[in-house]
Design a protein around this ligand. Sequence first.
Ligand SMILES: C[S@@+](CC[C@H](N)C(=O)[O-])C[C@H]1O[C@@H](n2cnc3c(N)ncnc32)[C@H](O)[C@@H]1O
Ligand code: SF4
Ligand code: SF4
Length: 346
Amino acid sequence: MSDSTPTSDPTSTGDPPLRPLGGYSEGTGQPMTPEQFESARSTGISPYPVRVLQIETSSICNFRCNSCPLSMESYDRPEQHMDAEAFGKILDAFPKLEKLELQGVGEVFLNPSVLDLIRTATERGTAVHTFSNASKIDRAMARGIIESGLKLINFSMDGADDETFKRLRKGGTLRRYKRCVQNLLQARAAAGSKTPHVGAMSVLSKNNMHQVPMMLAIAEELGLDSITFTKISTSQNPGELDSIGLTEDDRNQLNSMPPYNGKLEVNVSITPMNFEERMDCYWPKHMAYVTVQGDVTPCCNYYDGRTLSLGNVFEQSGEEIWNGPAYREFRKKLWNGDLPDNCKTC
Ligand SMILES: C[S@@+](CC[C@H](N)C(=O)[O-])C[C@H]1O[C@@H](n2cnc3c(N)ncnc32)[C@H](O)[C@@H]1O
Ligand code: SF4
Ligand code: SF4
């Protein structure tokens, strides 16, 4: 399954870069030279402004996928959609954003304001990307998405037959997934538009890794632009998910699959970061995650602001938060090898 695209990304884990997921280097570059990074280890300071942000615009979902924190018994975060006023405050707090991913623990297209939020950010010159379970993309929503200016969307798949899809993405069916994805592709064709880029996203575990060839076939049959394979993260729910996480043998098996020669763009990121790569993680250098409650955290692995919040964007400016005491403390620990909790198993 290996992608032949070489990567020069210094943050790479050895897999090809996960372009549709983050496109992390797109327009953002490396914020620090290795020399600057060396001296930043003692201060925890990272250059401002922040140019890439993930914002959780909804913490409500109509699915209960087996991999997702939302399905954990202990999950008790409040359900909330972000409104236009709160979203505007975040954009004001981080005024130089080049790219925004609407991404969190919830379904973006359940938020009744979602198209307005995308339009607002687009009009400010920010490229908007997102993920979705696809279930709410009817024809009207599809037309709205085209008009909103959305640049990229990845539809989460995880199963290539009905039984697997229903088991792994509880609340959805493969049939509905296909119909909703087609709604968007048809609306894009009808509008003669090149955007958004429309991809599939598959989280691989022992439950579905054997379906990779079938997933490629479905993505081709639908006429998608890309497919991204990533690994299940078991860190949030080790008890339940550990047994289905990919082992080295599984990764070797996946990597020894025949190379894909079709027309889809294929992105693969299934290798865990090693210790040095975690210490050098690009997130706290130039990206941040904002929860629906406004808590700023280092990345979506810290999705609950009650566990870790480095500041609140409804109370402070982005600049105050980015190099405030909590962020600097977090970076100093990470950059000096004293990995904060969720970074240990990232
Ligand atoms: C949390 S969801 C939110 C967006 C939307 N509801 C969706 O499902 O696409 C974002 C992405 O994270 C993936 N995901 C969920 N649980 C995961 C896990 N344990 N490890 C890695 N990715 C996971 C989902 O499959 C989805 O592609
Ligand atoms: S659809 Fe997305 S947010 Fe909802 S349960 Fe599944 S992975 Fe989680
Ligand atoms: S958990 Fe830590 S190492 Fe992993 S992406 Fe987030 S900040 Fe980086």
